[in-house]
Design a protein around this ligand. Structure first.
Ligand SMILES: Cc1cc2nc3c(=O)[nH]c(=O)nc-3n(C[C@H](O)[C@H](O)[C@H](O)COP(=O)(O)OP(=O)(O)OC[C@H]3O[C@@H](n4cnc5c(N)ncnc54)[C@H](O)[C@@H]3O)c2cc1C
Ligand code: SF4
Length: 345
């Protein structure tokens, strides 16, 4: 078998899956890239900008898509999911189903990379914040759409005069949410708040936080610049309640640094909902006999590499919340594992 071109399946066409597909394809192997949505790109398609350098997420994405087009051995199936997967000793026999046409295609792959991303915590579980009840309360990924439109110069007349961000909604909460820290929401909250102030310097902007975690290259400097240059007001405290207030919203909290209660009147409240495992990733994990942890994130079998089972690897947000750079690095690491496996076959 040595030296023979082999075929890998990559499930999910976000930054992690794209990187894995590119690297495996560039090593001379065939790749089947399966994406359930109409377009490749995943969450990057929804973002207005990226930390830590205020970059346009589409720049990097388009570069990857261009590189992918140059690799004829990478076959892309969009609007497609895996409808069956049977291990066959040397890999997997799979059926791919097109979600629009119902058409089914049988394929074989000798290894798989799962790169299906993460989901969002159901913020309705925090009834006190009014998500799903007050139209002015949303989660961060929904706020990205507003930022994208304002950035393009659209709907600016409807822009809010004041926004409050509430962090750690569903994270670090053993009772109503998940015990872990979602790792990226301190950073994207800072970016969203900073970008909002950049677009609307006269507006008020508050970030309610328990801690802020900015461990990464240039991350601390990024958050500091949002606080100091963009004049976003960080208030240490976990809000007790969001209340309707004469057509607006009132955020009631305590400023634990000052030791005083605080109430702010805003038009919008943005909740940094925890990143949680996707149910469909759990289903895929069962089909591919891939290991998961107690929450449902994919888990390395040897505690270090991207390997989740004999011939199955993973990358990006389906393993744990990560930033875009981390997702790409993990995509490359999973590809390296697949290439090493193919070299041994
Ligand atoms: C609000 C918000 C703001 C962010 N801002 C930043 C930022 O400024 N900078 C930064 O570095 N990071 C940021 N991130 C994080 C960044 O979005 C992630 O790191 C990145 O998207 C992870 O890439 P991924 O490929 O793992 O997942 P995704 O981008 O989610 O891609 C997963 C892909 O898999 C597909 N898929 C899922 N299930 C299936 C299935 N069963 N079959 C086929 N396809 C499937 C999905 O449709 C999707 O295309 C932000 C995240 C959020 C939520
Ligand atoms: S990254 Fe920040 S906002 Fe997100 S859970 Fe951790 S401490 Fe909370």
């Amino acid at each position: 078998m040595k030296g023979k071109a082999r075929k890998a399946l990559v499930v999910g066409g976000g930054m992690a899956g794209l990187e894995a597909a590119l690297k495996i394809g560039q090593a001379g192997h065939e790749v089947i890239l399966v994406e359930k949505e109409a377009n490749l790109g995943g969450t990057a398609l929804l973002l207005s900008s990226t930390f830590p350098k205020w970059q346009d997420p589409l720049e990097k994405l388009n570069l990857k898509l261009e590189q992918l087009k140059k690799l004829p051995a990478v076959e892309v199936y969009t609007n497609t999911e895996i409808s069956s997967c049977t291990p066959n000793g040397s890999g997997y026999s799979l059926t791919l189903r097109n979600n629009l046409t119902g058409e089914e295609t049988g394929v074989e792959a000798q290894a798989a990379v799962l790169a299906t991303g993460f989901d969002y915590f159901d913020a309705r579980k925090y009834g006190e914040y009014g998500y799903g009840t007050y139209p002015g309360v949303m989660i961060s990924i929904e706020f990205e759409e507003m930022l994208r439109e304002w950035k393009k110069g659209l709907k600016r007349e409807k822009a809010p005069g004041a926004v409050a961000f509430i962090k750690c909604v569903g994270s670090r909460d053993r009772i109503k949410g998940y015990p872990y820290c979602s790792k990226i929401c301190c950073m994207y909250t800072a970016r969203q708040a900073g970008m909002f102030k950049e677009l609307f310097p006269q507006a008020s902007c508050y970030v309610f936080y328990m801690d802020y975690r900015a461990a990464g290259k240039d991350y601390e400097e990024f958050v500091r610049s949002v606080m100091e240059e963009k004049e976003v007001r960080y208030v240490r405290g976990r809000p007790a309640k969001v209340l309707p207030y004469g057509g607006k919203l009132m955020v009631r909290s305590e400023d634990t640094l000052m030791g005083v209660p605080i109430e702010v009147e805003v038009d919008l409240v943005v909740l940094a909902a925890a990143a949680v495992p996707k149910k469909e990733t759990l289903e895929l994990a069962k089909s591919f006999a891939a290991a998961t942890n107690q929450h449902g994130f994919l888990e390395p079998v040897d505690g270090f590499t991207a390997k989740a089972g004999t011939r199955v690897f993973f990358a990006g947000g389906c393993g744990f919340p990560t930033d875009s750079a981390g997702a790409q690095q993990q995509g490359a690491a999973a590809a390296a594992e697949v290439i090493a496996l193919f070299n041994q076959d």
